[in-house]
Design a protein around this ligand. Structure first.
Ligand SMILES: *[C@@H]1O[C@H](CO)[C@@H](O)[C@H](O)[C@H]1NC(C)=O
Ligand SMILES: *[C@@H]1O[C@H](CO)[C@@H](O)[C@H](O)[C@H]1NC(C)=O
Ligand SMILES: *[C@@H]1O[C@H](CO)[C@@H](O)[C@H](O)[C@H]1NC(C)=O
Ligand SMILES: *[C@@H]1O[C@H](CO)[C@@H](O)[C@H](O)[C@H]1NC(C)=O
Ligand SMILES: *[C@@H]1O[C@H](CO)[C@@H](O)[C@H](O)[C@H]1NC(C)=O
Length: 454
């Protein structure tokens, strides 16, 4: 039965009280579910693989293994435009993570359906209830939809069915580490915004099991109410650097060290891995110093010093790349933004050189927020991000997006939105695909190595 633990996402389609407790399901029901699962997923063995040790499989949300993939295929243009819109909200969220401010001004009233990009399987409670959590390196506190939640999707954690569940009291030190804490009876409650959503949650603790590592009394948010569409359907695992993040709560176990390999969303059987702790991390890997910015203390800053397009280092005004602890400016690695965003002067310099190298007689077209697209096949010049002590040359696959029909190809980067007042350059997940990214907080360094995620 363990083998099919991933089946538990089907809980989403059952009533919450019955669905979550897969362990107690009758065999015929399980078999019929498995049959349904197999039919709808083309018998891909990857989907059922069990997480072992301290390594979790990472799935793209539109992977055949993901329950969150669109029910009916949407067109390439639609999906690209959608991802760009989601990124816009993401950038607002990142820009809002300023010390002492936790409420995001939401600019547009447009309905934005935001999904997390990459998910891992986590088990919460005793007996365990399986949820697929979004991997977010720019969030700290984990949170999950709890039974009775208003505005959450149908897949919810049922506290009453867990013998290890408990509330965090108002007086507990953890209650001072969440935004806008209040007292709900004697229990700590808080609220916050995430992307285009506002979320009210109780602060609770329960056993969190990642792969085969049980983490007792893990403090997390139990969502009671959510508005907006930016809430990852089954919750989020915060891998940021701040208080209450996975790193902060498991320092004795994982030593504030993790790495991931994000699979390409183009390959059919994509899955990658999230490896927790210093054990089995790559040795052959290039490093750049990790910087801590007090303005946005959850984020993983690095020092991007220059960008090379082809053989030329493009002309970027130094202030566009500078790390600034006062304004929060600088460059971050983020798992939740899809397309790399550079502040306008940096992006324009890269884009202009990219276009120049492709030749002036090719017609440049646009697609939504992408301004460098071509209706003929192109080969991208190489783009190298030059960080302190580490040059990373981005492979073609991570630079260009191609329409399914092969007629349009775009440079998969954009300028940071100017309405956000953002001073952040974000190295996003499309550009990180098929690399191992190692976050080594104790040694204040971030590593990057090519790796085909399998
Ligand atoms: C969020 O918390 C504050 C108190 O910290 C409270 O005044 C406000 O009503 C709460 N908002 C929601 C939507 O629950
Ligand atoms: C946790 O707190 C909530 C709100 O005060 C309450 O309804 C619930 O019964 C508490 N649960 C436990 C296990 O103490
Ligand atoms: C990928 O999927 C295809 C078809 O679904 C299958 O034939 C192939 O064995 C899979 N590859 C891996 C590495 O699982
Ligand atoms: C582009 O322009 C060059 C001359 O500058 C010419 O040799 C080449 O044939 C042109 N390519 C196309 C596709 O028109
Ligand atoms: C990065 O590339 C530049 C040349 O483009 C070179 O001068 C520099 O030494 C390289 N840095 C590292 C760490 O390899």
């Amino acid at each position: 039965m363990h083998k099919h633990a991933f089946l538990c996402y089907i809980c989403a389609t059952l009533s919450s009280s019955r669905g979550i407790k897969i362990a107690t399901m009758k065999i015929p029901l399980l078999l019929s579910l498995f049959f349904f699962f197999s039919l709808s997923h083309g018998l891909n063995p990857q989907c059922d693989a069990v997480d072992r040790g301290s390594t979790l499989k990472v799935f793209h949300v539109s992977s055949p293994c993901s329950p969150f993939r669109p029910a009916k295929p949407i067109s390439w243009e639609e999906s690209v435009l959608e991802q760009l819109r989601e990124d816009q909200v993401r950038l607002q969220y990142l820009a809002s993570l300023v010390a002492g401010r936790s409420v995001v001004p939401i600019a547009s009233g447009r309905q934005i359906v935001q999904n997390p990009t990459y998910i891992v399987r986590a088990k919460i409670g005793t007996p365990p209830q399986t949820l697929l959590l979004a991997v977010d390196t720019s969030s700290d506190t984990a949170w999950i939809p709890c039974s009775g939640c208003l505005g959450c999707s149908s897949s919810q954690f049922v506290p009453a069915q867990s013998t290890t569940f408990g509330n965090v009291s108002c007086g507990a030190p953890q209650c001072k580490q969440v935004p806008n804490p209040t007292c709900d009876g004697s229990a700590c409650a808080f609220n916050f915004t995430y992307g285009g959503s506002s979320i009210a949650a109780d602060l609770v603790h329960d056993t969190l099991t990642l792969a085969t590592d049980p983490i007792p009394a893990y403090t997390l948010g139990c969502i009671q109410k959510a508005t907006g569409n930016s809430v990852p359907q089954q919750g989020l695992l915060g891998l940021g650097r701040g208080p209450l993040s996975l790193l902060s709560q498991t320092d004795n176990l994982y030593k504030s060290t993790f790495s991931y390999c994000l699979p390409s969303f183009k390959s059919a059987n994509f899955s990658g891995s999230l490896r927790l702790g210093p054990v089995a991390q790559p040795i052959r890997i290039k490093f750049t110093p990790l910087l801590r910015n007090p303005r946005r203390s959850s984020l993983y800053y690095v020092n991007l010093v220059a960008i090379r397009v082809g053989r030329r280092i493009v002309d970027i005004p130094p202030e566009a790349l500078a790390f600034n602890p006062t304004t929060g400016a600088g460059t971050i690695f983020d798992s939740g933004t899809v397309f790399t965003r550079l502040v306008a002067p940096a992006y324009i310099a890269v884009r202009d050189e990219f276009r120049r190298r492709l030749g002036r007689n090719l017609t440049v077209t646009t697609l939504g927020g992408f301004d460098t697209c071509y209706n003929v096949p192109i080969v991208s010049p190489t783009i190298t991000f030059m960080f302190s002590g580490m040059n990373v040359t981005i492979p073609q696959d991570n630079l260009l997006i191609h329409s399914t029909a092969g007629t349009t190809t775009c440079l998969a980067m954009a300028a940071a939105p100017d309405n956000v007042n953002s001073v952040l350059n974000v190295i996003a997940n499309m550009q990180q695909q098929n690399h191992r990214i190692l976050y080594d907080v104790p040694n204040s360094r971030l590593g990057v190595a090519r790796e085909l995620c399998t």
